[in-house]
Design a protein around this ligand. Structure first.
Ligand SMILES: [Zn+2]
Length: 128
């Protein structure tokens, strides 16, 4: 605490000056900067969102690699097999389109997983 003011004065001042953060009670991570709106620890919130960004990147890269390997399998199937199986002209088979749709499906699965993770961390934030 600076100047011996009560802790809440920092938040009051921050609200007054329309600041995003104020100096609050020390969090278990050892920092005191908190968001005015929610009172959550700035340090931990930033750490968490950076982790989420990284996780998203890794999952997206995995999704891309997975989608690519699926379409490589499709490419390996001979045109005759596709024709026999689908009863369609294999000339219509478009590798890029197949890759796009496979990526799209996997990306949607990733988004669902991340949304679930977001809901989970939000419920932790509510407890803090
Ligand atoms: Zn913290």
């Amino acid at each position: 605490m600076i100047n011996g003011r009560p802790l809440n004065a920092d938040r009051q001042n921050a609200i007054l000056f329309k600041l995003m953060t104020y100096t609050g009670r020390e969090h278990r991570c050892g920092t005191t900067q908190r968001y005015v709106s929610t009172g959550t620890c700035v340090h931990c919130a930033r750490l968490l969102s950076a982790e989420k960004r990284e996780a998203r990147k890794v999952l997206r890269a995995q999704a891309k690699a997975e989608a690519a390997s699926i379409t490589i399998i499709l490419d390996d199937i001979s045109a005759e097999t596709i024709t026999a199986f689908m009863g369609e002209d294999p000339i219509n088979y478009d590798h890029e389109a197949a890759l796009d749709s496979a990526e799209h499906v996997v990306a949607e699965m990733v988004d669902e997983e991340l949304a679930e993770a977001d809901r989970f961390s939000q419920s932790i934030d509510d407890i803090m």
